[in-house]
Design a protein around this ligand. Structure first.
Ligand code: F6R
Length: 242
């Protein structure tokens, strides 16, 4: 795994956007895997800024998001559909029918999971998957204990994840307790992975990811086994000074 240390969140976000842009420019029909949450917000802002200034085009890009809550409509401000439209899609020239996010309102959720993996395969897999890191080592919504070979599946969120995500909702009771997520098996099929980590509170998780033995109780540790992972992390996350 290659680790790039940046001064701060801003710097991490700029370097991440540059990283993604280089890839898209070298392969315009790029398959890009996306994450939500707090970490990539400014990376997406930088992509938007570049699109406005340099007209980098997303006409041929296809995106696949990692996950979506079960039970929220696409118009719900807390859904990841809403998040992606707000933070990226509505501000770049990507055709809407080339942006894929699991449907958390599907009548048959099990089938939705199978079809999501089939869709990714149909596009010949993900060229670059962007990931954030959960405090407990989750990637996507793969909580500790999730078997490494799982493909896209339905999960019940850990209490700590519900608590961490409550900051985006009016109250913790409003946080859905279930989600659809790409599994570790689906994520590991990506040709390349870019993990973004920022902040003192992610320091312990980053240390475990880098140094612990690979184990299912710390899902992100699996990344040690992927051939092409870049971690862009800020000083606070890497050094962890109080
Ligand atoms: C988001 C996702 C999650 C987040 C993780 C970190 O699509 O799959 O794994 O990346 O929870 O979230 P933040 O960035 O809010 O700290």
């Amino acid at each position: 795994m290659k680790v790039i240390q940046t001064k701060n969140y801003q710097d991490m976000s700029e370097k991440a956007a540059q990283f993604i842009l280089e890839k898209i420019k070298s392969k315009p029909d790029f398959q890009l895997g996306l994450a939500t949450g707090g970490t990539p917000v400014t990376t997406y802002q930088n992509l938007i800024q570049d699109h406005q200034t340099n007209q980098t085009s997303y006409q041929l890009v296809t995106t696949f998001n990692l996950d979506e809550y079960i039970g929220l409509s696409n118009e719900d401000p807390n859904s990841y559909h809403y998040y992606m439209n707000k933070h990226l899609f509505s501000e770049i020239d990507i055709p809407a029918d080339q942006t894929f996010i699991p449907n958390g309102l599907a009548e048959d959720l099990e089938r939705e999971c199978i079809e999501y993996d089939a869709l990714i395969s149909k596009y010949n897999g993900i060229d670059l998957q962007i990931l954030g890191l959960g405090h407990n080592g989750h990637i996507g919504f793969n909580e500790p204990g999730t078997p490494f070979d799982k493909q896209t599946h339905i999960v019940t969120l850990a209490d700590s994840t519900v608590e961490a995500n409550a900051r985006f909702f009016d109250s913790i009771e409003d946080v859905p307790t279930q989600a659809i997520t790409m599994g570790i098996g689906s994520i590991m099929k990506s040709k390349e992975i870019l993990l973004l980590v920022s902040g003192r509170e992610k320091h312990e998780a980053l240390q475990k990811l880098l140094h612990d033995e690979v184990n299912e109780l710390f899902p992100a540790s699996i990344l040690q086994r992927h051939k092409n992972v870049t971690i862009i992390a800020d000083e606070d996350a890497i050094i962890g000074k109080d």
